[in-house]
Write a protein that binds this ligand. Structure first.
Ligand SMILES: [Zn+2]
Ligand SMILES: [Zn+2]
Length: 141
């Protein structure tokens, strides 16, 4: 049985897969130092879920505490960054990288966060709201 409400994704090599049962509450680009560091990219895009809506359905992630109370997860085989878990907006939050979704077109980012860390040579020509630090808690349309 396939449920169209179910979001699935995984790493590049296929060793790790996850499933989210529920809608994300935020979809955001993040320019912060930590996302830049763990992705080695100028920007990351994340889908954020409240509570424990995301579960691994194949493999186990290697996890790294990037800051107190925050765990970031990677495929131990190919290194794809997939996962963030911790407390944010005073809630337990899970995030998955938008580009690890089987269909990254599902929930396009609708904001830029932590723009105070934006690299001078990186910009995108969009009209999305830009926040210097965290973006406000929002609901995806
Ligand atoms: Zn992998
Ligand atoms: Zn970040």
């Amino acid at each position: 049985m396939d449920n169209s409400e179910t979001i699935k994704g995984g790493c590049l090599c296929g060793a790790t897969r996850y499933r989210a049962t529920g809608k994300p509450y935020k979809s955001s680009y993040c320019h912060c130092l930590y996302c830049r560091g763990v992705t080695a990219s100028p920007i990351a895009a994340w889908l954020m879920f409240e509570g424990k809506q995301v579960e691994m359905i194949k493999g186990n992630l290697q996890k790294y505490a990037s800051s107190p109370g925050v765990l970031r997860g990677f495929c131990p085989v190919c290194g794809t960054p997939l996962w963030w878990e911790g407390t944010w907006d005073n809630m337990d939050i899970q995030m998955v990288t938008t580009c690890s979704l089987d269909d990254p077109e599902l929930y396009p980012p609708d904001r830029h966060a932590f723009c105070h860390n934006r690299l001078s040579w990186f910009d995108v020509d969009d009209d999305l709201p830009r926040y210097q630090h965290a973006s406000p808690k929002g609901v995806i349309q």
